[in-house]
Design a protein around this ligand. Structure first.
Ligand code: 13P
Ligand code: SF4
Length: 326
């Protein structure tokens, strides 16, 4: 290893990517990354996917270490499913506004206020909240998971926008909804989007179900990150307006190139055009430098107390069983 002593961070090797790949082998590690990671992190990963695919993949990892480039609840889910592995993350502060906005004590109280209701929880929550749930869902399978509770009182947490979309799909107006939201998806502007659609009548609008209802109403296609990526390639439209985190553009461009297609990709406008609010501030805490340190030191580790892990495992396993094979 050549250490660059002229660099202000003499800590870091000159060829960071090569050193990360070398350490990955030395540590018997697998690098899993979500689509919202920086392009260079996605390029180094052994597997890139959406929340569901990452959980399915993490469960089957046989190497000693899982390096999870995503947010905390995703790494925690990997630990719950595959407790024999050491799970590490580049930055322990990579949280999520949905998970942070649903503290376990307050959620227990919410449950107590609705005795008899079943609980379907979006995977974007803590292990403790998962342990209080009957079933987990992701944006890929949310409607199918909610169908498991037809005719039963049902709590949906913690994303109110996803919950409203599920209710619409199922024709239910009785869902009990925890009022959380995603700071990234909530910032897309329905007003600016409608102006853009007038200028670009040929464009297809693709949106993640965490977006506000006024944005979803204008979408031609609504789906998880992996479904948005697949639809972007399959769509016959030459221009796509995309309402989700900016990281998906990297995979869309790669897959379009592989399919020999070219399309104009536009980001859905935000409410504040002066900020890069379409980049998740939590996901983007994971840099190549932190990834290198994390592989070198095998820290910071993500752990889950065993009693919570065992209770959280049940609703996750139930989701995986209902979602079919990888
Ligand atoms: P996906 O389930 O589409 O991966 O979304 C996860 C997420 O955090 C969306 O903001
Ligand atoms: Fe959480 Fe939103 Fe970031 Fe996804 S994009 S991890 S829901 S804050």
């Amino acid at each position: 290893m050549t250490v660059n002593l002229e660099s202000p961070e003499a800590l870091f090797p000159r060829d960071l990517e090569a050193e990360i790949l070398r350490l990955k082998e030395e540590r018997s590690a697998v690098l899993l990354a979500h689509y919202y990671q920086e392009d260079e992190v996605q390029e180094l990963a052994d597997f890139v996917g959406d929340s569901l695919a990452l959980a399915q993949h993490a469960k089957n990892v046989e190497r000693d270490v899982i390096v999870f480039c995503g947010v905390h609840f995703m790494a925690e889910t990997a630990k719950i499913l595959n407790p024999e592995r050491r799970v590490v993350v580049p930055d322990l502060d990579a949280g999520c506004s949905l998970a942070d906005g649903c503290p376990p004590d307050a959620f227990q109280q919410f449950k107590d206020e609705h005795p008899g209701a079943k609980v379907l929880t979006y995977i974007n929550c803590s292990a403790e909240v998962k342990a209080l749930s009957d079933l987990i869902c992701t944006s890929s399978n949310a409607v199918a998971m909610a169908q498991e509770f037809q005719g039963e009182p049902l709590i949906l947490a913690p994303d109110r926008h996803l919950a409203r979309w599920i209710a619409q799909q199922l024709g239910r107006d009785d869902l009990i909804v925890w009022p959380g939201s995603c700071i990234v998806h909530e910032q897309f502007s329905a007003r600016e989007l409608s102006k853009l659609r007038v200028r670009r009548r040929d464009a297809e609008v693709l949106a993640h179900p965490e977006c506000d209802a006024a944005v979803l109403e204008q979408a031609d296609f609504i789906g998880s990150t992996s479904k948005i990526i697949a639809r972007s390639v399959e769509s016959s439209a030459d221009t796509l307006i995309i309402a989700t985190e900016d990281g998906v553009f990297h995979q869309i461009e790669k897959q379009l190139a592989r399919a020999g297609k070219r399309k104009e990709l536009l980001q859905a406008p935000g409410m504040d055009e002066s900020c890069a609010c379409n980049r998740c501030p939590y996901m983007r805490l994971n840099t190549l430098e932190k990834l290198y340190l994390c592989l070198r030191d095998l820290e910071p580790e993500v752990t889950v107390p065993e009693p919570i892990r065992l209770r959280a495992l049940q609703p996750i396993e139930r989701m995986l069983a209902l979602s079919g094979p990888v």
